[in-house]
Design a protein around this ligand. Structure first.
Ligand code: APR
Ligand code: PHB
Length: 390
């Protein structure tokens, strides 16, 4: 039987970053991933990194490209009532965010793993975490029709929302909390320069819109849509028209349109599973929690989880202490819930809900006016947006 210290399930950002952090601490690990590398790299997700996330990439020697190609932003713009208002996050907090696609982060992590000569088994099917309530956990899987088992000290479930790790825990041991939002985000990617050099979050009677980017020549735009919508109902022309209607006049006039190179609809959800540890199985990233994309906290939360988890495992091996692993769930969840709250609050303030009629809409505008006019409120938004400390 194969043996390793930590068997990691899932080679998304959480699993890959955890693998490199453990490697940096001299803790051997194997990653099992259901898909192919190309499939994993083809998933388009948000692209905003907190300083803490960039620091973790630096720590494992995979941050060079994020520094070279990432765009450092000092602030954001909020559009409502026909005009735009800038929030200077750097002035409020001294911190910035880096715009750098999650696909690029994943590629950098994959390359770092390959360079370190670490094992990743792609196209591993029927992956099953087992015996994690004993001192001898193992993970079984099938590769090319052959069954295998890996004996390990710990299992890290980094296999996303639909993964097998959380599903392997007996229902009585886990409590889940969920909110489903009654709308989705229709997103497109286009080879056009961004409409503004910073992100624009727009609250509009027709629904939320977001102007973001991947680089100075590639833009990412989103509009709130109905959950019943299908991408084929959204021609590029219809998308651009709708986006323009939801922006202030200046932004609408400056918007450069072009053919979409990707178009997809994503539902919005808040979800948290408690606890994040079950004996010798730990959950990290989307396997344990989901946030709506407003504020782009998903990847950054995966990063803080694996920071805590790798530190706890280092303590276990180097200092023969279980204090870290015993405290992991509580420590991670404290930060997770703050980001869940922030993402929920941003979502509530900026979107049209079925019951956002007169009163709800006025409350949103009052809140936005308060936000841009109050130093305390601006600071509160900013410190959450740039990322709360670890
Ligand atoms: N066996 C093996 N691998 C699996 C299994 C399984 N049964 N189920 C899922 N996986 C893999 C998926 O194919 C995926 O590559 O686990 C990986 C999980 O990656 P993500 O879904 O990207 O989750 P995570 O690494 O936690 O990343 C968090 O990335 O997904 C975004 O919105 C998310 O931004 C957030 C961040
Ligand atoms: C993105 O770039 O895709 C993005 C940025 C900020 C968000 C959500 C998505 O709040």
């Amino acid at each position: 039987m194969l043996r390793t210290k930590v068997a990691i399930i899932g080679a998304g950002p959480a699993g890959l970053l955890l693998g490199q952090l453990l490697h940096a601490y001299g803790i051997e690990n194997i990653i099992l991933e259901r898909q192919t590398p190309d499939y994993v790299l083809g998933r388009i997700r948000a692209g905003l990194l907190e300083e803490g996330t960039v620091a973790l990439l630096d720590k494992i020697g995979a941050g060079a490209r994020a520094h070279q190609e990432g765009l450092v932003h000092d602030g954001i713009e909020l559009a409502f009532g026909g005009s735009r208002h800038r929030i200077d996050m750097k002035a409020a907090t001294g911190k910035t965010v880096t715009i750098y696609g999650q696909t690029e982060v994943t590629l950098d992590l994959m390359n770092a793993r390959r360079a370190a000569g670490l094992t990743t088994v792609y196209e591993a099917s029927d992956v099953k975490p087992q015996d994690f309530d004993t001192d001898h956990p193992k993970v079984s899987y099938v590769k090319d029709g052959v069954s295998h088992e890996i004996a390990c000290d710990f299992i890290a479930g980094c296999d996303g929302f639909h993964g097998v790790s959380r599903a392997s825990v007996k229902p009585s041991a886990i409590e889940t909390f969920e909110r489903i939002y009654p709308f989705g985000w229709l997103g497109i990617l286009s080879e056009t320069p961004p409409v503004s050099h910073e992100l624009i979050y727009s609250n509009h009677a027709r629904g939320f819109a977001l102007c973001t980017m991947r680089s100075t020549h590639r833009s990412r735009y989103y509009v709130q849509c109905s959950l019943d919508d299908h991408v084929d109902q959204w021609s590029d022309d219809r998308f651009w028209d709708e986006l323009k209607r939801r922006l202030d006049q200046e932004a609408a006039d400056n918007l450069i349109t072009g053919p979409s190179i990707e178009k997809s609809i994503a539902p919005l959800r808040s979800f948290v599973a408690e606890p994040m540890r079950f004996g010798r199985l730990f959950l990290a990233g989307d396997a344990a929690h989901i946030v709506p994309p407003t504020g782009a906290k998903g990847l950054n939360l995966a990063a803080s989880d694996v920071h805590y988890l790798s530190g706890a495992l280092r303590e276990y091996y180097d200092e023969k202490s279980s204090v870290g692993i015993d405290g992991y769930s509580q420590k991670a969840l404290a930060r997770v819930w703050k980001a869940v709250r922030f993402s929920w609050w941003m979502t509530a303030m900026l979107h049209r809900f079925p019951d956002t009629e007169g009163f709800g809409a006025r409350i949103q505008i009052a809140e936005l006016n308060y936000l841009v006019g109050s130093k305390a409120a601006t600071t509160s938004l900013s410190e959450n947006y740039v990322g709360l400390p670890y």
